[in-house]
Design a protein around this ligand. Structure first.
Ligand code: HEM
Length: 244
């Protein structure tokens, strides 16, 4: 902002007939400029600041897992621990996925490009909870039998949706390193765009489960959140194309 304009109210507060002398004006102006520069420097988070907060974000993201362990030692995993853990890990996988997708809109809205540095970690947590969820199903519901897993996938559409989601998720997790990013070049970006169909299909998976119970409230909440995040991306992409 032009500091001369901002200084006008200061001028108007002076006794009638008196104006700010040239050197007073410059002192005020430079103080204000120093203030705004400092403000600008403080408001943009640096890569180092983000790196310092990462262990904290890691621990927060690990909270569901630590909570299950705590519940396990305190007989808190309900009467059916397998069902509880499968459902709970499924919900946390969805939450981590939503947070991963929220990084880009948030860094644009808050004008904090460095937030991008959280994205890989959050994405890997989404995979981590999805993998625990899938292993829970494979072990507790299907007894670790590949044949039984294949039959269940064939017979129940919501299981098929979950299995389809896990394939690109696994590929994305395996190629999330810098080395793979370099090796795949533009293909890496294309592969990682799979996060959008993954998000859609994860909600479909949830929706199909709740369709059997006629309880759609939570799937609708997640559908609304994911739609808003996807819409933000589409609008931003269109604006970028229009301006280039
Ligand atoms: C191989 C992949 C997957 C399989 C086999 C699978 C299987 C299951 C099963 C058996 C349930 C319990 C259904 C019931 O209550 O009757 C479930 C629930 C759920 N799954 Fe999955 N799932 C898979 C992938 C995913 C993924 C990738 C996500 C999310 C990113 C997810 C999110 C959920 C959610 C939110 C629930 C519902 C929890 C609730 O009802 O409270 N699942 N899944």
């Amino acid at each position: 902002m032009n500091s001369q304009i901002v200084l006008l109210p200061v001028q108007s507060k002076l006794p009638r007939g008196q104006t700010l002398k040239s050197h007073q004006f410059h002192v005020l102006q430079s103080t204000m400029n120093a203030g705004t520069t400092r403000h600008r420097k403080l408001s943009r988070w640096t890569a180092r600041q983000i790196a310092l907060t990462k262990p904290f974000v890691f621990l927060v993201a690990l909270y569901p897992m630590l909570h299950w362990i705590w519940l396990g030692f305190n007989a808190g995993l309900t009467a059916n621990p397998a069902e509880f853990l499968i459902k709970s890990s499924g919900v946390w996988a969805l939450v981590a996925l939503a947070l991963t997708l929220a990084v880009t809109p948030l860094r644009r809205i808050l004008r904090q490009p460095a937030l991008l540095r959280y994205r890989r970690m959050l994405g890997l947590f989404a995979f981590f909870y999805s993998a625990l969820h899938t292993l829970g199903w494979a072990w507790w519901e299907r007894g670790g039998s590949l044949l039984s897993m294949a039959q269940d996938t064939w017979q129940r559409p919501f299981i098929a949706a979950g299995v389809i989601v896990m394939i690109p998720m696994l590929l994305m997790a395996l190629t999330s390193t810098r080395g793979w990013m370099r090796r795949l070049g533009r293909g890496w970006q294309r592969l990682h765009y799979a996060i959008y169909p993954i998000a859609v299909l994860s909600v479909v998976h949830f929706w199909l489960i709740r369709a059997g119970k006629n309880n759609f409230f939570e799937p609708y909440v997640y559908a609304a959140i994911f739609s808003a995040l996807l819409l933000f991306r589409i609008v931003h992409h269109r604006q970028k194309r229009a301006s280039s």
